[in-house]
Design a protein around this ligand. Structure first.
Ligand code: NAD
Length: 353
């Protein structure tokens, strides 16, 4: 049954395809820009410098200082380079951390952003920025934050190690899964979520078997675009809240935390959102929690929170923080059930739907 809905299409331009990195110079000039500051993490500096060489005089510099969770002091250091080099646009080459830095610059300056993603995190298609200052992570949503152009070149993901491909893919799948039961979902977000989950359920096992499988890398990056777009379009619930709590208060690794938690949060909501999750359950042998757990295990994902050094006492505190501020979830939340959910994920037990 089609119910009432509201739909707003993303204004971003998406360029997808093997070799599409070569369209960067054209994108910059078509947008009326002349001085691009290329951003990356320290780890991807050489790739950022090569990209800057590719666009020749259109590059005004490289800032390779992006780190996880977009600390404000790093943004301030990058802002100094933006001013010194008179940059009129930023090009973020990398995963969610580098994209986050580009977004933080655009939030302060409204400079044009072009993102060239190299992971499956999906941040490049959302108007959401998480920044940290003084150990606190805050999230802002603003039209200036949404990157104007995304160049998805699957060739750039071949170097993404298999373990990161798996966790990054599961991170993206979590956006789609929660999008399926979002209160503000619409027919387009639902179509994108189902297709995104299908793309990863098909491609991740192939990437694990052969990391250079070009078709599988194409399909996974296509899935990343779909799942990220769902995250940017509709509201998230329990899963993202718990991962935010674990990452923010216990410094657990971002994509890995999503990977461990996803089967457990999906099982928690399975009955309350049975109809909405049915197309996803079909992809995982009819069982959304247990099926996803089997899938994650089969592709070598981390399976338990204890692998990240969390103690059982931390779970008590995490459960309290996760229910501190009420938020919507298809199944009502209380501290005891969240504590039990965390215990199951900490132990690494297969959830029952
Ligand atoms: P990341 O960007 O932190 O990358 C992890 C490491 O992998 C980095 O050292 C990076 O340089 C390296 N790397 C990236 N691509 C590579 C490749 N192809 N080959 C080899 N190494 C590569 O990881 P991530 O998971 O993409 O991003 C996580 C961050 O993104 C978190 O801070 C998270 O909060 C944020 N995020 C934000 C949103 C949003 O909408 N605001 C959505 C998803 C994630």
């Amino acid at each position: 049954m089609i119910d009432a809905f509201s739909y707003a299409g993303s204004p971003a331009q998406i360029i997808f395809g093997r070799g599409s990195k070569s369209k960067l110079a054209e994108c910059i000039t078509n947008a009326g820009c002349k001085r691009a500051l290329v951003l990356s993490t320290p780890h991807q500096r050489a790739d950022a410098e090569a990209l800057a060489r590719d666009i020749g005089p259109l590059a005004c510099g490289v800032f390779a200082g992006a780190v996880m969770h977009t600390p404000v002091d790093v943004t301030e250091a990058a802002m100094k380079i933006v001013v010194d080099t008179k940059a009129d646009c930023v090009v973020a080459l990398g995963g969610g951390s580098t994209t986050g830095l580009g977004k933080a610059i655009a939030y302060r300056t409204d400079l044009l952003q072009i993102v060239v993603p190299t992971t499956y995190a999906g941040s490049e298609v959302t108007p959401i920025l998480g920044q940290t200052e003084g150990g606190r992570k805050t999230t802002v949503r603003d039209a200036r934050i949404l990157p104007e152009i995304v160049i998805y070149d699957p060739a750039l993901t071949h170097g993404l190690p298999v373990s990161m491909s798996v966790t990054s893919g599961l991170n993206a799948m979590a956006h789609a899964l929660e999008g399926l039961y979002a209160r503000d979902r619409n027919p387009v977000s639902t179509l994108m979520a189902i297709e995104g989950l299908r793309a990863f359920s098909s491609s991740l096992p192939k990437i694990v078997a052969a990391p250079d499988n070009a078709d599988a890398r194409n399909e996974a990056l296509y899935g990343a675009w779909l799942c990220g777009t769902v995250l940017g379009a509709v509201g998230m619930a329990l899963h993202h809240k718990i991962c935010h709590t674990l990452g923010g208060s216990f410094d657990t690794p971002h994509a890995e935390t999503h990977a461990v938690m996803l089967p457990h949060t999906a099982a928690f909501n399975a009955k309350a959102a049975e109809a909405e999750l049915a197309p996803a359950a079909k992809l995982f042998a009819g069982s959304i929690g247990g099926g996803l757990w089997d899938f994650a295990k089969s592709i070598g994902a981390p399976m338990s929170l204890k692998e990240f050094g969390l103690s059982e006492a931390d779970l008590d505190r995490a459960a309290s923080i996760a229910v501190e501020n009420p938020y919507w979830n298809p199944r009502p939340i209380d501290r005891d059930s969240i504590r039990a959910l965390l215990q199951e994920a900490w132990d690494g037990r297969r959830p029952a739907d």
